[in-house]
Design a protein around this ligand. Structure first.
Ligand code: GLP
Length: 240
């Protein structure tokens, strides 16, 4: 696991976007795994700028998002699909026929999950997976638990996650359930880039980097992946 510490969020965004842009220059048909939350937003902005100002072409890129809330239509403004449309896809010229989401507004979760994994494999696997991290060490929506998950599955969100994500909902109440890629899916990515900023992530970062590899801190599994780079600001790196 390689750790890089930066002074500002903008510097993190420049470093991460440079890696993603190099990837799509070298392989225009790359498969990218995307994350939601605040952490990747500045990076997405850099990708939009590269598209608008330097002609970066995302039209052949295939994408898989990590997770989606259950019981929200894709068109719901709170869905992660809407988030990605707004924060990246619409402004950077992605081709929606290559955009994949765990469509969580369906009763048949199991076949959605099976089909998602099969589709990732059919596309040749994920070249670069972008990650944030939850305050409790979750990645995607893999909450602390007794075992590492494998493929995509439906999860009941932890109280600390509901609390952390309440800010995105006027009601203050996110849906309790979500579909997420499993740890096995994330670990199968060829390269992983994880972004964390702010004091509230410091404990999770310490557990991820220095703690035991345990499903009680799902991100700790990344210690065993051969190609992970972690991008931190000073506050999130404070306990290292
Ligand atoms: C959510 C997402 C995660 C994300 C995490 C951190 O729960 N499911 O993929 O990494 O929050 O979010 P933020 O970047 O807003 O702190």
């Amino acid at each position: 696991m390689q750790i890089q510490v930066f002074d500002t969020e903008q510097q993190i965004a420049s470093a991460v976007s440079a890696i993603l842009l190099k990837q799509i220059r070298e392989k225009p048909q790359s498969v990218l795994g995307f994350a939601t939350g605040s952490s990747p937003v500045a990076t997405y902005q850099k990708l939009i700028e590269a598209h608008e100002n330097d002609g970066a072409d995302f039209s052949k890129v295939t994408t898989f998002n990590l997770d989606e809330y259950c019981d929200l239509a894709q068109s719901d403004p709170h869905s992660y699909y809407s988030f990605m449309r707004e924060q990246l896809f619409e402004k950077a010229g992605f081709d929606y026929s290559r955009v994949h989401f765990l469509t969580a507004d369906t009763a048949d979760h199991e076949s959605v999950c099976r089909a998602y994994r099969a589709e990732i494999e059919r596309c040749g696997g994920i070249d670069i997976q972008l990650l944030g991290i939850g305050r409790n060490g979750h990645i995607g929506f893999n909450e602390p638990s007794d075992r590492f998950s494998d493929g995509p599955f439906m999860v009941e969100l932890a109280p600390s996650t509901l609390e952390a994500n309440a800010r995105f909902f006027e009601t203050g109440k996110p849906p309790r359930y979500a579909l997420t890629m499993g740890i096995g899916d994330i670990m199968a990515a060829k390269k992983i880039l994880l972004i964390a900023t702010g004091e509230s992530k410091a404990n999770a970062i310490r557990a991820m980097v220095k703690g035991d590899v345990t499903p009680q801190c799902p991100a700790s599994v990344l210690q065993t992946h051969p190609d992970v780079t972690v991008f931190l600001d000073r506050a999130s790196a404070r306990l290292l």
